[in-house]
Design a protein around this ligand. Sequence first.
Ligand code: SF4
Length: 256
Amino acid sequence: MFLFDQLIFGPIHSRRLGLSLGVNLLPIDAKICSFNCIYCECGYNTTMQESPIPTREQVHEALEAKLKEMVAEGQIPDVITYAGNGEPTLHADFEEIIDDTIALRNQYCPTAKVSVLSNSTRIHKPNVFRTLNKVDNNILKFDSAIDRTMKLIDCPVGKEINVAWFVEHLKKFNGKLIIQTMFLCGEFKGESFDNTTDEEIEAWFKALEEIRPQQVMIYSLDREAPTKTLQKVSVEELNIIADKARERGFDVSVAG
Ligand code: SF4
């Protein structure tokens, strides 16, 4: 499995995002997440953890050093992305860290966007909701609008959570969010699933119509998944789904 072995990673060149600098707010030797997605490229959640979670001060120091170095080399990042080994909003100082990041961005690279990739499980928390409203790209996971499929694919940890809960809370962003959906099919624990069926896509459209995101990003498996019984959805199929979504008025991008 692939774990980010540093607090700051990159920059990497991405066709879609440009020059992207990543920040991992989780340990560098374990994945910690409020989902346990069967496709997660970081592997399944584990309690094995030797390295600590970085402090707000460590993030500030490391990010400032990296931005200074990049700017000195004439490398201006297009985006600073919070992703990494799990769910970034689990960090106790998430809001303060994002505030620091926005200040550093304004100081060193005002054209860069600040992005957060989150799995949406903590958007009911006032501080998380407030913080995600401050970033340029608030990218929130929504893999299926059918409970059985969402639970099978995303495996929420701890609390009982369902699609209606996600829709209710995602709506509260008033469109200031980007929905990210992973399309895939396969089998897990003896149950088969496919979130590209007509029934799934219809339910997904219905939910998107309520959520009204500014953009929708769809993708399929890229790196190795911890579950070996999954199948990638082809770029052609993703494009068919994207075209149908565009017909309904959504701004869709396909990562293939
Ligand atoms: S939400 Fe992201 S980090 Fe968490 S298990 Fe799913 S893919 Fe992995």
